[in-house]
Design a protein. Sequence first.
Length: 170
Amino acid sequence: MASKQIVFALITFLHDLFTVIWIGGLFSLVVVVAPAARGALGMGPETKKLMAAIQKRLSTLVYLSIVVLAITGLLMSKRVTAFQGLLSFANTYSTVLSIKHLVYLAMIAVALVRSLALGRKVSGPAAAGPAAAKQEKAKMALSVLNLALGIVTLLLSGFAAALSAGKPPL
């Protein structure tokens, strides 16, 4: 195997790994962890503490994923001859990739709003009141939205891969 192929394989591996970390983390959180925690512990302070600890760890991985995905994605796109540049709609491949990039940017925006704007703790008497409950619902809604955007990103990745491969095998 040539050294260029090995480098491309490693770049693809990192891109896939950090996609799994981000979107898989979202899927696990939304579909498994949050419902299980609420079911087992209720909506009390223990659940909120557990979810805050999980989300703090996931946030670090999400920020790392954002950086790694941007770098590896740029390196991978340069390998496809149909690539016409960032946010180009010159051909079908570039259009699909551009839409994927726009969805990726939306995911970043949602993640930042969720962690920076809604990540602040409600303090004082409001911490146990309706403001805190509203904030928790908003955070979960943004997590669900980001999961949906992540699934769309994976779908677009599949189409981009199919378009970059040339003639379909079927």
